[in-house]
Design a protein. Structure first.
Ligand SMILES: Cc1cc2nc3c(=O)[nH]c(=O)nc-3n(C[C@H](O)[C@H](O)[C@H](O)COP(=O)(O)OP(=O)(O)OC[C@H]3O[C@@H](n4cnc5c(N)ncnc54)[C@H](O)[C@@H]3O)c2cc1C
Ligand SMILES: Cc1cc2nc3c(=O)[nH]c(=O)nc-3n(C[C@H](O)[C@H](O)[C@H](O)COP(=O)(O)OP(=O)(O)OC[C@H]3O[C@@H](n4cnc5c(N)ncnc54)[C@H](O)[C@@H]3O)c2cc1C
Ligand SMILES: Cc1cc2nc3c(=O)[nH]c(=O)nc-3n(C[C@H](O)[C@H](O)[C@H](O)COP(=O)(O)O)c2cc1C
Ligand SMILES: Cc1cc2nc3c(=O)[nH]c(=O)nc-3n(C[C@H](O)[C@H](O)[C@H](O)COP(=O)(O)O)c2cc1C
Ligand code: FES
Ligand code: FES
Lengths: 324, 274, 324, 274
């Protein structure tokens, strides 16, 4: 009743329920940019986030790609980490238990080289304390096998989602690649396969060349482009997908301010994830949460979830969210 | 999370000393640690800069900034009173020898920055410090005067002979080793990778311990992004990096296994034979 | 002989021959950002460019999309002009004759709603004074019919290119869309159809939302994203395509400095086009030309065309261009 | 292509007057023309600002900058001595009435900027000028003092009544029309679109000529990108924009047909019944 009462007296309810999970606010941190949730603890309390999506996790430990793995571009960041991670057993043994006391929804991002690996990961993570959902990474551009290769073929996406659906009762957020001709087709395939939500977008495949030497700037040659540079592409994809599916969308791609987060919500996302912006300012997720609250408060919008999709065709814009 | 510039001055062409008001960092920092600093309106990631000195009383830290691109130009160009986004101190610093022990510091270019802080702490603890400083030209040699003032012995080499003797710092180190004086407890080095390799090889050959501070591109600085990993953990095919003991283990490190991340497992490492 | 002599005495030969056309230097201006070639005349002499690619031209005049048509994003620009142009007859009657005295290679960018329209455009422009090549726009994201719809289907690209090949003896630069899963497949199709060169990339499909109102920021809802933000994606596509085709590549996408232009050349482009950077600084194409010359001069590279592709696998980087 | 800031001063909250050294622009500009100005390190397109005054002798132009976002904040924040990228003057300005004729200028907010330049030229030619200025609050009313000093009659209206009378500038215009004084040769207006529509309707109803300066987002400012087109050429369903005669036709305009581009065919237009 507290929530209700606060709303009635002018407070803003930032809580969002999506895929059956209650998130204290809609601002999560994106996979691969927040480690296993505790690296930023010296800087801010991660318990204030809406949820945590941990690093892409594979069955076996992975050392990842050779250095350099990072290269900044205009308003963007190329990374070619290559899914470095300690493997699912270490994650279960060390990282998830350390994260559990926060009491936040934790989504584990999983990546396999083939369907069987994805299935094993899903099974292994099911029932682990603290794990509230799986984010199925079908879109990592930085690995040879699996990753993006799955995510660009609708039939493969549907089949894999369907198989995972049978192996776990955890909600599945299928994470889509923006490197496709028609993201809507892939989104529909994931939904048809039984996805409980969709995450979009992962990084755009890009590269940079060091002109002094005439050599690729990244050890892996190509990398994934993230950051504000890709935001217009990401917002467009959320907007398109939101018109085609019923499941909730977790939007990401260049969110650095509350205004950016609002673009995603208005385009149809229920939740957002902040990634690269952590590197410009580790406090940005907290500033975004505060900014969302302020935006709603200033306009008399009682619940942030009323903003989802207001920019879609046939919807009423911000005015719609202010009513009632 | 934001610091204010107290003082900024040119130390030479393209080299700036920037003092920042950061009381907590000034309290906590140990030599070899770094801070992540905002890179200005054209950059979206912060950049690592070593703490090159502190004034604990006034709550100040000093950065020495070599201008090499947009972020360093912006940081170097800040004026007193301006705020700048910053987090740190981060990473594992050097481990200090027993109080009063003798140490050598070997710096290439702006790599001398963390060694100045280190030398100051060593001198404070009563240790003897000998410094070998190098650069391509005189303009690139950093910190010689400051080290001399602190009472350290200082030798300089430049590739073009415009300061000290013509040649590489390695030559200075070699001669000192050959000189037969009292060996240092540890050789500390920071600078270009080629220099680190050469210095570490010589030190290990001479049976000395060697700690180096290495560089890698960073995004988070706290161990969260895996952007700064050296997957092979090698300084050279024959030289491996080993984590130094740290007074503060970062939470969630899960036992410190796995590939080396420069920001969290370093930037200071012990060099051992591979 | 003058060129040769200059080279031998330390001068840099900036000239590039591609698709049988001699370009005085490799820096063109991109279609849609330089009108019909004379709008910037009060600011600089367009005769100093390597060539001019004029606006997307259709058979009938087009009024284009409703305002607003522009929206700036981080390091990027969304546009939804929608191929506003006076139609091919006005272009032939007024614009091409005005441009002819410059003596520069002029490429006319053509866009049709169907194959027959592309064919008619090609026939009509063949033999017009000053027109040295056609840039076949299969990638405009801002029109309902034609444009990108063609450019995302390899079979359609090959068929259309083949048909155009029969209607004109003008060199054909097929302009590809970056909004595809596999740009290499499309590039190969264009080459198989008889393209003499490939232009890449056009804009990425994006959108922005005005959060104050909760409405799309562009009159057309979605638009094409250009500018430095997209450069890593464009460089990656040039690098991929250069390994798969033999025809020359005209690279574009966020080139604002000579260093950016060098990235494209090293990734495999023979020519580059500057678009959005004109809006930051109309003199940027001239600055880029000067910067390329300086880069070569400082390193003893005698001909700028030696830089093409040096970053590709198996090639020798800048050192290769310095030799001989 | 780059101008240097000579002087910059606050005219009110969020409003800055910036004088730039741009001798060629100062020579060439006519009232109603604009310049495209660099938007700072976070912006990649230049922004249009009207020339709001010139000093031909010193080769200066003045911009009045209302801070509404990143580019205007950056331009408004420039200090004397700083260089700024700029091109212009661009577009078609207002056409002036015969020397000595009477004119009205109607400005909403910073829309008054080009009208200040216009009024100065009209006064120089010995014409009588009456100005109606509006804004939501007193802070938004621009140029009243300057116009008064030039000898123009000035009336002010604000939506909240904090300056002049409470209401819209349209009311001022209506009253003046009803007053029966000598009619102006032309009514010139610049400001929010709704204001332009209301003023133009009244003027046309009263049989007066009306010229307006309109706004659209721009990228090139020279007619090259078709970003600023109003495809329907309408100010309102019943009001069309007609190109004004221009002393300098841009080259390659091909007869001036086709949809209206604000930067090249405008920004100043005659309003006619559709
Ligand atoms: C632990 C550590 C401590 C450092 N301490 C200092 C110091 O005290 N003083 C000093 O002047 N410099 C120091 N550096 C280097 C400094 O971080 C880079 O010079 C700076 O990031 C360059 O940014 P830029 O935008 O100016 O140049 P850019 O144009 O980005 O790059 C210029 C060069 O710097 C390197 N570089 C770019 N980004 C990074 C990054 N995120 N991390 C490391 N290197 C990068 C590139 O490889 C390139 O060769 C340190 C680096 C590390 C890793
Ligand atoms: C012919 C003309 C003359 C102008 N003269 C003046 C003047 O004398 N003084 C003044 O303060 N302002 C003037 N403006 C408006 C000025 O160009 C915008 O305020 C400025 O571009 C906003 O940029 P920003 O980055 O600060 O804000 P943004 O955050 O980009 O935008 C803030 C608002 O400005 C509008 N805007 C954005 N970009 C443009 C653009 N390229 N062109 C027009 N409007 C835009 C947007 O619709 C938005 O509502 C003029 C505009 C035009 C078209
Ligand atoms: C350094 C880095 C590592 C990433 N690792 C992963 C990963 O392991 N799994 C994944 O699904 N996405 C990964 N991503 C993609 C992000 O989760 C996010 O989808 C993308 O960066 C876009 O959001 P942003 O622009 O806010 O960063 C990574 C991104 C970055 C920058
Ligand atoms: C305002 C604008 C209009 C454009 N019009 C066209 C066009 O008519 N035909 C076309 O093939 N490309 C068009 N483009 C795409 C450019 O030619 C270029 O391929 C793209 O903008 C990427 O380059 P840039 O980042 O340097 O601008 C247009 C781009 C812009 C910004
Ligand atoms: S910089 Fe992110 S892990 Fe080291
Ligand atoms: S702004 Fe480019 S045509 Fe008007």
């Amino acid at each position: 009743m507290t929530g209700r009462r606060r709303a009635a007296t002018g407070g803003v309810d930032l809580g969002v329920t999506a895929a059956g999970i209650r998130f204290p606010n809609p601002v999560l941190v994106a996979s691969g940019t927040f480690g296993y949730g505790l690296d930023y603890t010296g800087i801010f309390d991660p318990g204030r986030l809406g949820g945590i999506i941990v690093k892409g996790t594979t069955l076996a430990p992975r050392a990842g790609n050779p250095a350099p793995r990072l290269c900044e571009t205009p308003a963007g960041l190329l990374n070619a980490v290559g899914l470095e991670n300690p493997g699912v057993e270490a994650v279960i043994a060390h990282h998830l238990p350390a994260l559990a006391p926060l009491g936040l929804p934790v989504l584990v991002n999983i990546a396999g080289e083939n369907e069987a690996e994805y299935e094993k990961l899903a099974e292994r993570l099911t029932g682990q304390p603290g794990v509230r959902a799986l984010e199925v990474n079908l879109s990592c551009p930085n690995v040879r096998k699996g990753g993006m290769a799955f995510g660009t073929d609708p039939a493969a996406v549907e089949r894999l989602t369907r198989r995972l659906r049978k192996r776990t009762n955890l909600p599945l957020f299928v994470k889509l690649s923006p490197n496709v001709t028609d993201v809507v087709e892939i989104a529909r395939a994931a939904e048809a396969g039984g996805a409980d939500g969709l995450s979009l977008v992962n990084t755009l495949l890009g590269m940079a060349i060091e002109v002094e030497t005439g050599r690729p700037a990244l050890g892996n040659v190509t990398g994934g482009l993230s950051g504000p540079a890709i935001r217009p592409v990401a917002v467009r994809m959320v907007y398109q997908v939101a018109q085609a599916v019923k499941v909730p969308i977790l939007g990401s791609g260049g969110i650095s301010t509350s205004s950016d987060a609002l673009e995603f919500l208005m385009a149809g996302a229920s939740l957002v994830a902040v990634g690269t912006a952590l590197f410009a300012d580790p406090l940005s997720p907290l500033k975004i949460i505060a900014g969302l609250e302020e935006f709603c408060r200033d306009r008399g919008i009682r619940r942030v979830d009323r903003l989802t999709g207001v920019a879609l065709p046939g919807r009423g814009g911000v005015a719609e969210a202010c009513r009632g | 999370m934001a610091a204010v510039i107290r003082e900024a001055a040119a130390l030479g062409p393209g080299l700036r000393a920037v003092w920042l008001e950061a009381p907590e960092a000034a309290q906590a920092a140990v030599p070899g640690q770094f801070v992540m600093v905002e890179g200005g309106p054209r950059r979206i990631t912060r950049r690592p800069f070593s703490v090159s000195g502190i004034d604990r009383e006034q709550g100040l830290i000093r950065l020495l900034v070599r201008v090499v691109g947009p972020a360093s130009a912006w940081v170097g160009g800040l004026s007193p009173g301006q705020p700048v986004g910053l987090h740190g101190p981060l990473g594992r610093g050097f481990t200090l020898p027993p109080a009063g022990a003798c140490a050598w510091v070997v710096g290439g270019g702006v790599g001398t920055a963390p060694l100045l802080f280190l030398a100051a702490e060593l001198r404070r603890a009563g240790g003897a410090v000998w410094a070998a400083l190098g650069g391509r030209t005189a303009d690139e040699v950093v910190g010689a005067d400051e080290l001399k003032r602190s009472g350290a012995g200082v030798a300089v080499a430049t590739e073009d002979g415009s300061a000290g003797e013509r040649g590489l710092v390695t030559t200075l180190v070699e001669r000192r080793l050959a000189g037969g004086g009292p060996p240092p407890a540890t050789v500390y080095a920071c600078g270009p990778r080629g220099m680190l390799v050469a210095v570490a090889r010589r030190a290990l050959e001479a049976g000395l311990r060697c700690q180096v501070s290495v560089e890698e591109r960073m995004a988070c600085g706290v161990g969260a992004c895996a952007g700064c990993t050296w997957p092979d953990g090698r300084l050279a095919p024959d030289l491996a990096l080993r984590r130094l003991a740290s007074s503060r283990e970062a939470p969630g490190e899960g036992g410190g296994g796995g590939p080396l991340r420069v920001c969290r497992d370093g930037p200071c490492f012990e060099v051992v034979r591979a």
